[in-house]
Design a protein around this ligand. Structure first.
Ligand SMILES: *Cc1c(COP(=O)(O)O)cnc(C)c1O
Length: 451
């Protein structure tokens, strides 16, 4: 079978995520993948691509990883899935135990769902419901950061601030307090990330001091606003936020869906600020990129507020059919096992340095205003004009040219309209790091040559 045949069949029945389907009919061919092995993807025509974005930030240890495959084969012979209400199973229990052990101290309960956005919905509902259960009925609002992203179901989209995803649905969404992001791309020349993050915190402090009686929770992506162009900020912001949430009796929801599992250098991003959120949302890397699963971790204090005689409106009755799927939990356990046995965080330190070295030269590029990095995430900000930092006009769609140029050189990048980024799986080799940096450079060159 060839690419062309599958493309034709696909386009007559499928509707793809995050895609204007007409692009595929016009100029942008779909790529049907026949197999994956390690960092490599291979299409039906035999072309190979380095998966430099971990298949949308989920894959940690490569495609068809032998360890995870073996665990899943074993689990398949025992139990594929069972209802998690009234019943339980070993992988769900073991995974909860291990996540709680790895998480910041004080997170003692694990609630499963099957995707990131659902874990956000659960965090929002649980926080809101907690205050109701405590008789605190005015605390009904949420605070989120500008440029933040928390998923695309209606609750998650309400706390998201990426116009591209949000605009069409504005009237369906609930109102939130939106606070200026600590995104350090906007710091003054010569100002440190730390100083800027402190300065930006004043907006949050001002809102909380005025509105805390109406606020259930603040939700943030710790350290990196990933879907918002991989914008980054200093851990001090999280520390200040934790202290303010305590002072004003407001929950802190840490959305670690993208930044968890070693992405920022530490196992969880919150560790860099030495804080424990009231809710922590996990997904993406949780199963090593194998199966859909998410986990919401919370505290004994929250759990206890729902613990009551039934029938009672105190119970948290949220459910999904596939809650705590056994295969997904088993893939997650195998993933955690690789972290422990292969000393991944320590090994990643070398990769993080290599990524830094390989992308440093791009700072000199006439259409790059900044190369920033947080652990295993590197972003290269593209501009029309380096001095004024004028962004590339989005309608020129130069990022699509970069995407196509990189693909033709055997690298899967998926640039935002104003930033190219790497979020590679942790099995990437030093040679492959050099390759993706060179390919990004040449793709940026060819897409900006006529400016
Ligand atoms: C991807 C993502 C989500 C949504 O997760 P899905 O599994 O795609 O629903 C939420 N928050 C952040 C920070 C994400 O990166």
């Amino acid at each position: 079978m060839k690419n062309s045949e599958l493309i034709q069949r696909d386009l007559s029945v499928l509707w793809h995520p995050c895609t204007q389907m007409k692009d595929h009919a016009d100029s942008l061919p779909l790529i049907p993948i026949r197999r994956g092995k390690g960092i490599w993807l291979e299409d039906f025509d035999g072309n190979q691509y380095i998966d430099a974005i971990s298949s949308w930030w989920v894959n940690l240890f490569g495609h068809c990883n032998p360890t995870i495959n073996a665990a899943l084969h074993d689990q398949l012979e025992q139990l594929e899935h069972v209802i998690l209400a009234g019943f339980s199973h070993q992988p769900a229990i073991e995974l909860a135990e291990q996540l709680i052990k790895l998480a910041p101290p004080g997170l003692t309960r694990c609630f499963y769902a099957d995707n990131g956005a659902s874990s956000i919905e659960i965090a929002l509902k649980m926080s809101y419901h907690y205050w109701q259960n405590c008789g605190n009925t005015t605390k009904t609002k949420f605070v989120s950061l500008t440029n933040g992203y928390h998923g695309e179901t209606l609750g998650a989209l309400s706390v998201t601030d990426v116009p591209l995803f949000k605009k069409a649905y504005q009237h369906l969404l609930f109102d939130v307090f939106s606070v200026a992001s600590p995104d350090c791309y906007h710091r003054e020349q010569g100002e440190s990330w730390q100083d800027y993050s402190h300065r930006q915190f004043q907006h949050m402090e001002a809102l909380l001091s005025m509105q805390h009686e109406n606020i259930a929770a603040v939700i943030v992506e710790p350290l990196v606003q990933c879907s918002g162009n991989m914008r980054m900020y200093h851990p001090d912001y999280l520390q200040l936020l934790r202290a303010a949430c305590d002072k004003y009796n407001v929950h802190l929801i840490a959305d670690e869906i993208a930044v968890g599992f070693g992405r920022t250098g530490t196992f969880f991003a919150c560790e860099q600020a030495n804080i424990t959120p009231d809710f922590m949302c996990l997904s993406k890397g949780l199963t090593g990129g194998y199966l859909p699963l998410s986990a919401l971790l919370t505290t004994t204090k929250v759990y206890d507020a729902f613990y009551a005689d039934s029938p009672s409106i105190k119970s948290f009755l949220h459910s999904h059919s596939y809650t705590g799927n056994a295969l997904a939990c088993r893939a997650a356990l195998a993933t955690l096992n690789i972290f422990a046995t292969d000393n991944i965080l320590e090994k990643n330190k070398t990769l993080i340095q290599l990524l830094s070295d390989a992308t440093k030269p791009l700072e000199e590029h006439p259409h790059v205003s900044e190369v920033r990095q947080c652990g295993m995430i590197v972003a290269i900000e593209l501009v029309q004009d380096k001095k004024t930092r004028t962004p590339l006009p989005a309608q020129q769609r130069r990022h699509i040219k970069i995407y196509q140029s990189a693909l033709s050189q055997g690298v899967l990048l998926r640039p935002f309209s104003s930033a190219v980024y790497f979020m590679p799986p942790y099995i990437i080799t030093p040679e492959q790091i050099t390759t993706i940096a060179q390919v990004a450079q040449s793709a940026i060159d060819s897409a900006t040559r006529d400016i």
